[in-house]
Design a protein around this ligand. Structure first.
Ligand code: ADP
Ligand code: ADP
Length: 225
């Protein structure tokens, strides 16, 4: 059984169709990257997986369940956004804990999970700060911690490194790769950066104008004979 199964998924905005018959199966533990130029539909497909955008047609299964009509919090996913999307008035600790508090997880368990993820991501020293007091890279680590703490079946990343400078981008890319080696959580990762796609992906889905142009390993996509 696939972790994610997209069958004939379509997206229309009014009269305009922006995603055409999207078919894809993502295996358990796989790291799939959607790669393509701005406007090709990467974010729209990711947002449909997340439940942030209605699906106009087709079937979407996550973890074997049809999720077309399920809200985001019932899909077993956690998403990391390009702009981090942290709550500015909350401390780092409260940002990370937010999802678990809403699920009424006991405080002792929340505390031990916060310790675990902040250790992993090097955030122990920043837990009492507000997001605005952190660098972009640190804010993105908080966003990843907030996703990790939910132990989702699937991670969704929407251009998570695009707002970072080149050095931090490199650093965070390596951290995300390591994180995947450790957790092995099934991941769909959107980027327009070929280098990110090549170095992170088990499989790349090359998109153009709302259609799949090619699917394959980084080798198959970039080392054409
Ligand atoms: P990408 O993530 O690859 O940059 P998007 O998924 O954001 O592409 O957009 C795909 C296409 O859908 C683009 O042509 C974009 O203009 C269009 N689009 C995205 N969101 C909307 C919307 N809310 N209403 C109308 N068109 C949209
Ligand atoms: P990103 O660069 O992160 O893909 P975009 O600028 O493509 O961001 O989109 C930002 C927001 O605007 C998204 O919520 C997207 O759905 C919406 N959007 C994008 N294109 C259009 C469009 N042509 N009409 C209306 N909304 C759009």
């Amino acid at each position: 059984m696939s972790a994610i199964s997209c069958h004939n998924i379509i997206k229309r905005y009014g009269e305009t169709q922006v995603v055409h018959a999207f078919d894809l199966d993502v295996a358990d533990n796989e790291f799939v990257v959607f790669l393509g130029p701005s406007g090709c539909g990467k974010s729209t497909i990711l947002r449909m997986l997340a439940g942030l955008e209605d699906i106009s047609g087709g079937d979407l299964h996550i973890g074997g369940r049809r999720v077309n009509d399920l809200p985001p919090q019932e899909r077993g996913i956690a998403m990391v956004f390009q702009n981090y999307a942290l709550y500015p008035h909350m401390t780092v600790r409260d940002n990370i804990a937010f999802g678990l508090k809403r699920l009424k997880v006991p405080k002792a368990e929340i505390d031990s999970r916060i310790k675990e993820v902040s250790d992993t991501l090097g955030l122990e020293r920043y837990l009492q700060r507000k997001p605005a007091e952190l660098s972009g890279g640190q804010q993105q680590r908080v966003a990843i911690a907030r996703a990790m703490i939910k132990t989702p079946k699937v991670f969704l990343f929407d251009e998570p490194l695009s707002n970072l400078d080149a050095k931090l981008r490199n650093h965070m890319r390596i951290e995300i790769a390591k994180l995947h080696q450790t957790l092995k959580t099934t991941t769909v990762y959107v980027t327009h950066d070929q280098h990110e796609a090549m170095t992170l992906a088990d499989r790349i889905v090359l998109l153009r104008d709302g259609r799949i142009e090619q699917v394959g390993s980084p080798k198959e996509i970039f080392e054409r004979p």
